[in-house]
Ligand binder design. Structure first.
Ligand SMILES: Nc1ncnc2c1ncn2[C@@H]1O[C@H](COP(=O)(O)OP(=O)(O)OP(=O)(O)O)[C@@H](O)[C@H]1O
Length: 245
């Protein structure tokens, strides 16, 4: 994992790696983010929680350079990156696994991993890392990704993202369509990656899955982060309907 902090080694809290200040974004003429404030520190997990339609996925798209910022400021490692393209975001070290995983179902596991080499990684290295983390992917390397189970697809999506050597990983609804036990395994893997230095912003409706590994939780409603703090504090503010069952 690369260290994209660019921060000094002062005693205070290190500078955020990813920072949104008053960020606005729109689909055509309709604004859906109305001034989002969010900070992801180096080696930290921030959980973005809240009900459907609150703006979590849109926030992730903005961070990944997939949707332009129309107001406010998006910063990466202290640098203003408002107009960044998805390719530039990836080069800077921001990598996203979108809702639905974004894998190519008609390509094999190996071919999907090859996609990660577009940012300069060697296929052999990406494969080695993927197969040592998830041995089942080695067994299925020549199988079409669409024939994998949901959990295996998520392992593939994660391996492909890690192949780009990200500093910040954006995870949108990692738990979607997965059995609770697999969700726990996936978040255990994310926790290991964070211990190795990765920073993670994760949007989840299934709050219980992510809160145990989150350093900070942020509650998003109607295009704004209305509350952010320690996971236990934010959990208290969530109605049971936000807790994903
Ligand atoms: N492609 C789009 N075009 C137009 N409006 C959109 C589009 N995607 C999302 N929206 C709208 O933007 C708002 C925020 O949606 P967003 O998907 O970011 O919320 P969310 O919190 O991630 O919810 P979900 O979990 O359902 O994805 C909603 O009102 C939604 O209808």
């Amino acid at each position: 994992m690369r260290d994209g902090t660019g921060a000094g080694s002062g005693a205070e809290e290190p500078a955020p790696l990813l920072e949104l200040s008053g960020v606005r974004a729109a689909y055509g003429p309709i604004e859906v983010l109305h001034g989002v404030d969010l900070r992801v520190g180096p080696g930290k997990v921030v959980a973005l929680l809240g009900p459907n339609g609150g703006g979590k996925s849109t926030t992730m798209k903005v961070c990944a350079g997939l949707l332009p910022v129309t107001g406010g400021e998006l910063r990466f490692a202290g640098r203003r990156v408002n107009g960044v393209s998805a390719e530039d975001a990836a080069r800077l070290g921001v990598c996203s696994i979108p809702e639905g995983r974004g894998i190519f179902p008609n390509l094999t596991v190996r071919e999907n991993l090859w996609v990660a080499t577009g940012t300069g990684a060697r296929l052999r290295d990406v494969e080695e890392a993927a197969y040592s983390r998830f041995p089942i992917l080695a067994e299925r390397r020549d199988q079409l990704a669409g024939s994998l189970s949901g959990g295996q697809q998520q392992m593939l999506a994660l391996s492909r993202a890690l192949g780009t050597n990200p500093a910040v990983l954006l995870l949108d609804e990692l738990s979607m369509g997965l059995a609770p036990m697999i969700v726990t395994q996936m978040y255990d893997t994310v926790a290991q990656l964070v211990a190795e230095g990765l920073s993670v912003l994760v949007a989840e409706q299934f709050a219980r899955a992510v809160l145990p590994i989150a350093d900070t939780a942020a509650l998003m409603l109607n295009g704004r982060v209305v509350s952010a703090g320690a996971p236990a504090e934010i959990e208290d503010q969530l109605s049971s309907s936000y807790l994903g069952g």
